[in-house]
Ligand binder design. Sequence first.
Ligand code: PLP
Length: 333
Amino acid sequence: MGGSVKMVEETLKLAYGEDSKFIKDKRIAAVQALSGTGACRLFADFQKRFRPDSQIYIPVPTWANHHNIWRDAHVPQRTYHYYHPESKGLDFAALMDDVKNAPNGSFFLLHACAHNPTGVDPSEDQWREISYQIKVKGHFPFFDMAYQGFASGDPERDAKSIRIFLEDGHAIGIAQSYAKNMGLYGQRVGCLSVLCEDEKQAIAVKSQLQQLARPMYSNPPVHGALIVSTILGNPDLKSLWLKEVKVMADRIIGMRTALRENLEKLGSPLSWKHITEQIGMFCYSGMTPEQVDRLTKEYHIYMTRNGRISMAGVTTGNVGYLANAINEVTKSS
Ligand code: PLP
């Protein structure tokens, strides 16, 4: 039910660090999960079973499926402030107030890096403050890390938020996914881990996670897990993978610069600096649903109606066309 031990071992090193004392001390309960979604769902079910009166605090906005996952696990949802529409950045003060005002011992869902859909991540200093306040309140931080490596190009750097919480002595949960950073979307390979007080608790928690998995899907598929463990278990293949992740992330970062430059060259009256300030696969452009509809109808450019551009779809070949279309639909606003 727990899946590939080797894959899980390698996956924990990415999140907790190669030389993590928590791994050495066997304090982490971890199982292979059905990609990031499956890891979140397994955790939500675990939360419901063992903290039946708890709630989950989810950022506004968030990946829409988070709402479905915790809803179907029958965990009541609350929201916390995250995105600031005027600055197209983080509403840090409001976020901190929500952390402070939540009942002690609440569960908080945090995007470890490359927040979906906004592309807005807290700075390192802001993460430190969030960690401090979550500790003061005795909240439980659950990290969804669907894009490790896709923000900065370096999986170590992208795990910084998690490492800060580990330094501060939190118990945490993490959902990890290889859908994006290894291109294994169709294989559904990921991991759910929970950092426990000691080895004894970790054994008990792992056993409970397996009991949750058994009646849902019995055991996770083996093929994707073998791909991951083969790559990460071999130093040459691992360094090749790290190089390729950086190429992918750098390409996306390059397309952000190109899109912003093109819009500025066209003389757009609006500020587009958020395109390069945001990070990861998505750009939360600030376009209205009506403007997005015009892009679709008049230019055959497709994105979600909340104005979220998938930067992975932008290329040197289409960035000029995209910038021109965005300028046309936004210039009179
Ligand atoms: N979490 C976030 C924030 C995501 O954006 C995604 C993917 O779209 C996922 C989780 C789940 O990804 P998967 O289940 O494909 O690993």
